[in-house]
Design a protein around this ligand. Structure first.
Ligand code: PMP
Ligand code: GLU
Length: 400
């Protein structure tokens, strides 16, 4: 009998559906199909010019060699400055690790902190990658369902109920992908207290902190108590705020031993994030912020439009997200019905038939652990959003 080709470990995870559907939409478009792409989890804006010029300058100045594995000192210091100004968090350089995107930061945290069988609490709906990373390192993702009527925020009772002696950490994502849910200061304080009571670490994914609406002011959970400061790993990056998804710069702030372990892992795996992208990230974090506000307000205008229009469609209900660039409408009233003779038994059927018939790409809620919903990214122009809503209306009108 020949030896198994692939490791058992890689067999436990699926390819990212958010990446997969978005790639499919881009491919269809490149073939001339007029696709409305509501699947992409990336801002449609170009990276601001000041950031691009910083990268060009970086190349011209010859910053084209290896950097320290945990990132250039100047960038780590820029993160210290940014977190102090933005969240009132006091870190030193030794508390910061620069990674190849926030996804890589999360992967490295899981790799250096979770042992086989350790449990990590993840409120659902959750971003696809959290569960996959936990499983890949052999940990057990413990999913806590949230309710739409609670604004997709987990209750403390629901969180406490699943805590065991194996619980190592809880992951929160504020604002949330895919729901756009945002936590109040009270809710974050309660989670910090719960973590302290049970001596649990907190991962706080704050990558959407600057994409917020209706005056919501995100607060980092790490700033809410001494325990939270000590035991929270804040994950963030430049992908969303500065429209820099392709540059691949993310970072972690927190406990210096965890950070040192992450840097050790990077020194034996990816080495450093791209030197040029690091220079660009310094400009992003410390440079002018007018482009950030322009993008934010464009997202808010689109959010207003899409929430209002989706709620006008019979059978669809859509909550009003206060952050990120996704809406997460409930489409389950169509389940059990048919479109063109095809059964719609869940979000995957809904998404597949919508893509095939109307060429609208969106991500089925099942990818986020919530099959009653679909995720629509409004990180696309208002005209495309209008066209997409028209197509969705057309699609659901033919469901019987
Ligand atoms: N966290 C969340 C919630 C996200 O939606 C994303 C988007 N990909 C990331 C982390 C990772 O972003 P990146 O790796 O591009 O920094
Ligand atoms: N986070 C984005 C999304 O959810 C980008 C794709 C990904 O990294 O998964 O669509």
């Amino acid at each position: 009998m020949s030896k198994q080709k692939l490791s058992k470990r890689i067999g436990v995870i699926q390819p990212s559906l958010t990446i997969g559907i978005s790639a499919k939409a881009k491919e269809l478009r490149s073939k001339g199909v007029s696709v409305t792409n509501f699947a992409a989890g990336e801002p449609d804006f170009d990276t601001p010019d000041n950031i691009k010029y910083a990268a060009i300058k970086s190349i011209v100045n010859g910053n084209t060699k290896y950097t320290p594995a945990g990132g250039m000192n100047e960038l780590r210091d820029a993160v210290v400055e940014k977190e102090r100004g933005r969240n009132g968090l006091e870190y030193k350089r030794e508390n910061i690790c620069i990674s190849v995107g926030a996804k890589h930061a999360l992967f490295n945290i899981a790799s250096v902190m979770l042992d086989e069988g350790d449990e990590i609490i993840i409120p659902s709906p959750y971003w696809v990658t959290y569960e996959a990373i936990a499983m890949y390192v052999g940990a057990k993702p413990v999913i806590v369902e949230t309710k739409e009527e609670n604004g997709f925020i987990p209750t403390i009772d629901d969180l406490e109920r699943v805590i065991t002696d194996k619980t190592k950490m809880i992951l929160i994502n504020n604002p949330s992908n895919p729901t756009g849910a945002t936590y109040s200061e009270e809710q974050l304080k309660d989670i910090a207290k719960l973590a302290e009571k049970h001596d649990i670490w907190i991962i706080s994914d704050e990558i959407y902190e600057d994409i917020v609406f209706d005056g919501y002011k995100p607060i980092s959970i790490a700033s809410l108590s001494d325990y939270a400061k000590e035991k929270t790993l804040v994950v963030n990056g430049v992908s969303k705020t500065y429209s820099m998804t392709g540059w691949r710069i993310g970072y972690t702030c927190g406990d210096k031993d965890v950070i040192a372990a992450m840097i050790k892992l990077q020194s034996q795996s990816t080495t450093n994030p791209t030197s040029i992208a690091q220079d660009a990230a310094i400009e992003a974090l410390l440079g002018p912020k007018d482009s950030v506000e322009k993008m934010r307000s464009a997202f808010e205008e689109r959010r207003d439009y899409i929430v209002a229009e989706l709620n006008k469609i019979d059978g669809i209900t859509c909550h009003n997200p206060k952050g990120a660039f996704y809406v997460f409408p409930n489409v389950s009233s169509f389940y059990g019905n048919k479109f063109n003779g095809n059964d719609i038994n869940g979000s995957m059927d809904f998404a597949t038939l919508l893509l095939e018939s109307e060429h609208v790409a969106l991500v089925p809620g099942i990818a986020f652990g919530a099959d009653e919903f679909v995720r629509i990214s409004f990180a696309t122009g208002l005209e495309e959003i209008k066209e997409g809503v028209r197509r969705i209306k057309n699609f659901v009108s033919k469901i019987s």
